[in-house]
Design a binder for this molecule. Structure first.
Ligand SMILES: Nc1ncnc2c1ncn2[C@@H]1O[C@H](COP(=O)(O)OP(=O)(O)O)[C@@H](O)[C@H]1O
Ligand SMILES: [Mg+2]
Length: 317
């Protein structure tokens, strides 16, 4: 469905070059859910923006390909990209506040999104489609609620509306960047279950970006673990969760409450992710890694077994 090959997005700042995404590769099949997980600053969001080629100065996609329906989105002119964004590929962000226009009714916003990509539909057809999709995301009495403004909905309901807007043109791929981080824990679970169901119903693929490995544990088919702009481990969800190979992945899983109920205090990976302007020589995780040894002063080559990939000297496959 979509193939990302050796994608590199760098920011050319006064302080130096930030290699936010540095050689990321993965592919997603139709209807599949890929979870991208990692701490803040790992390059997850920039990976999402790079896929739809939405990188602004001083950032630039410097290498790699994003192949979608036979075309390389990295090389596509902006006019062509605008036909794809919000249509065949749509994106949801963390804060529903920023995705909805406070001064327009929900109806107006949904219809504008439909109209932008479907100039041939009548007003009634668009309105019916808006009602149908609001129903799908669980907004009660959608006919009435169409006339409301965003502030008349709760946070969870607003995020449902954002999801309806992202799905309204029946995208092949949905990119959701921390879609539930701004919501209460109970609402989070409902929205996640809803997103999974909708992707299955619409046969859309989903890239779910999150710092929370618990979220991808619920939803994903495959998981990519990012660290310092690179994927350090990739594999099927079950393999990653039950047999993590990279020490960073092991650390993330240790942080999950349900995996260490018996311990009094929650585990934390020591230290912080290095500044991407100032990456250490060798493995970027070396300073924080409980298993590091002298081999780690060089960056490990990626090892592959089937569709499992891991970049760590310690792993022997
Ligand atoms: N406009 C920008 N200018 C310079 N650096 C940026 C810019 N946007 C993002 N970055 C850098 O790119 C890196 C990855 O960012 P991001 O993808 O947002 O991380 P994540 O989503 O994993 O938290 C960060 O180190 C961040 O500082
Ligand atoms: Mg982010």
């Amino acid at each position: 469905m979509i193939q990302v090959k050796n994608l590199k997005t760098y920011f050319f700042t006064k302080k130096g070059t930030v290699k936010a995404v540095d050689g990321v590769s993965f592919s997603i099949k139709e209807g599949e859910i890929l979870g991208i997980v990692g701490e803040s600053g790992a390059g997850k969001s920039i990976t999402g923006f790079s896929i739809i080629n939405l990188i602004d100065y001083p950032g630039k996609i410097v290498d790699g390909e994003v192949i979608f329906e036979g075309e390389n989105l990295v090389k596509l002119p902006q006019k062509e990209l605008e036909k794809i964004r919000g249509n065949k590929i749509s994106m949801i962000f963390q804060d529903p506040q920023t995705s909805l226009n406070p001064v327009l009714t929900i109806e107006r916003q949904l219809i504008e999104t439909i109209y932008y990509h479907n100039k041939n539909l009548t007003k009634d057809e668009m309105r019916n489609r808006a009602i149908e999709v609001l129903k799908k995301v669980g907004i009660p009495s959608p006919e009435k609620r169409l006339k409301n403004y965003p502030h008349q909905f709760s946070g969870g309901m607003k995020q449902r509306i954002v999801i309806s807007m992202a799905l309204i043109n029946n995208p092949k791929l949905l990119i959701a960047d921390e879609p539930t981080t701004a919501l209460d824990v109970t609402i989070q679970a409902q929205i996640l279950i809803l997103m999974k169901k909708l992707c299955r119903d619409y046969n859309s693929s989903l890239i779910l970006i999150t710092h929370d490995i618990g979220v991808v544990a619920q939803l994903a088919d495959n998981i990519a673990v990012m660290y310092g702009g690179k994927i350090v481990e990739y594999g099927k969800k079950e393999d990653i969760l039950y047999n993590p190979l990279h020490p960073y992945t092991k650390g993330l899983i240790e942080c999950l409450p349900k995996y260490n109920e018996d311990k009094k205090r929650l585990y934390q990976i020591k230290g912080v992710m290095p500044n991407l302007l100032n990456l250490p020589e060798g493995c970027y995780f070396r300073d924080r890694c409980p298993e590091a040894d002298e081999r780690c002063i060089t960056y490990p080559e990626e090892k592959k077994i089937g569709d499992r990939r891991v970049s760590c000297h310690k792993v022997t496959i």
